[in-house]
Design a protein around this ligand. Structure first.
Ligand SMILES: Cc1ncc(COP(=O)(O)O)c(C=O)c1O
Length: 422
């Protein structure tokens, strides 16, 4: 007989609707968190059981959306229930402290946003720039990092200098260096590209930028939750990340890191309650005294406490496994997949660089004798959720793997791909 949880999932009722809380399975029925000492593959299989993700297909698209584990869904649901039964909507002050700690930054350096794109818009409009000022980007930007800067260029005449990513960290550092001119004001590149999963040498680029008085505004959509991220030591001025991908947190949650020394380099274009140090609409003239001395000034309007609680639960999930252990696992799975794809090299071109430092958890390839759409659709029919990549006109298939994936799943994917390409 189907268990209650299976039954609710079958109905598609999920676990996050506050009104259904009384019917959701009690948290005690969750599989226990595995012992860290389990044999490696057994450990990751046990981690898989921490996720309600269905087993009817193999999910290889974490680069777009990271399904949350039970612990995050439970925290979200419990917090929603507490808020909606008490009518006390609270604030996210305590959560902000924990989130900042997770990324190795000060609480005052963190703004809680809703997605990476919002953080990037805060940067693209907030950094004071004049017509003719130059911003460096790549030709492999996601819309979320391209459009805000294109928009600023359209309104204010800033100049976007674009480079084509190369295959090694040394070459990419060199590409950035070559584009720097006396007019360069910002380097606004991704930590990891959405196209091929290429990892840029961000600490080295930030060092270079700093020595030339240039600000770094990093699109960290794929950096948070993949690397053992320590934003202070990374050296960037700004880093916009999200929780709905590799952090495995709730959708609609994200963050913007603003280095303390760079706070005053960013105009708070959108503000609201708690952004200010005082205002009086009735005085003559009406006044805004100033902004709070922290990145909190970039948050505005009512925020969801439940989502912030869900974000903290996501950091706790990562911490329970260990940030280093996650980074190593992602590299291991990525290498395992790379090795399998290399065996198919007569049938496909691998677009992700071979250099280990230049990749982390995404792999992109283009079939040689089949369109990427046909191959992608066939993979879908065979039960694999991947992403097709038209960006940068690279026309390819992207596979991303996270902690809930196993080597067996990678093997199954490679078998299916071999059949499709034969
Ligand atoms: C590299 C990159 N930047 C930005 C974004 C946009 O992220 P968000 O949906 O959090 O705004 C994505 C989303 O896939 C991405 O891959």
């Amino acid at each position: 007989m189907a268990s209650r949880r299976t039954f609710l999932h079958h109905l598609g009722l999920g676990l996050s609707l506050p009104g259904l809380a009384a019917f959701a399975p009690p948290a005690t029925s969750r599989p226990p968190f595995p012992s860290p000492n389990l044999e490696e593959e057994a450990y990751w299989k046990a981690i898989r059981h921490q996720f309600p993700l269905r087993n009817n297909r193999i999910y290889l698209n974490n680069g777009t959306f990271g399904p949350a584990p039970y612990s995050v869904l439970d925290a979200l649901q419990q917090s929603s229930l507490d808020i909606n039964t008490s009518g006390e909507y609270g604030n996210s002050d305590a959560e902000r402290v924990q989130l900042a700690q997770f990324f190795g930054i000060k609480t005052t350096e963190l703004s809680i946003t809703h997605n990476t794109t919002e953080g990037i818009n805060i940067l693209a409009w907030g950094i004071p720039l004049q017509a003719g000022d130059e911003v460096i980007l790549t030709s492999h930007e996601h819309a979320g990092n391209a459009l805000p800067w294109l928009n600023r260029a359209k309104y204010d005449g800033i100049v976007l200098r674009i480079f084509e990513p190369k295959a090694t960290q040394a070459e990419n550092l060199n590409e950035v260096q070559k584009l720097i001119s006396t007019k360069t004001k910002v380097i606004a590149i991704p930590h990891v590209t959405c196209t091929t999963g290429l990892v840029f040498p961000i600490p080295e680029i930030c060092n270079l930028a700093k020595s030339r008085g240039i600000l770094t505004a990093i699109d960290g959509a794929h950096g948070a939750g993949t690397f053992n991220l320590d934003l202070t030591s990374m050296g960037c001025d700004f880093y916009a990340g999200c929780f709905h991908k590799w952090m495995l947190g709730p959708s609609g949650t994200a963050f913007l890191y603003v280095r303390e020394e760079s706070l005053e380099n960013l105009r708070p274009v959108m503000i609201g309650g708690h952004s200010d140090t005082g205002w009086d609409i009735s005085s003559t003239p009406p006044t805004l005294t100033g902004y709070v001395p922290s990145a909190r000034r970039f948050d505005y309007g009512t925020q969801s406490k439940a989502l912030a609680v869900g974000m903290v639960a996501a950091t706790e999930f990562h911490a329970q496994i260990g940030k280093n252990r996650i980074e190593t696992r992602l590299q291991t799975l990525n290498q395992y997949l790379m090795d399998g794809l290399l065996e198919l090299n007569s049938k496909l071109d691998i677009l992700t660089p071979l250099e280990k430092e230049s990749r982390i958890a995404l792999l992109t390839f283009r079939p040689k004798n089949m369109s990427y759409q046909v191959c992608g659709n066939e993979l879908g029919k065979a039960g694999f959720r991947i992403r097709q990549v038209p960006e940068g006109k690279i026309n390819a298939i992207r596979v991303s793997t996270h902690v809930y994936n196993t080597k067996e799943e990678v093997d199954e994917f490679l078998d299916a791909l071999t059949r499709i390409l034969t």
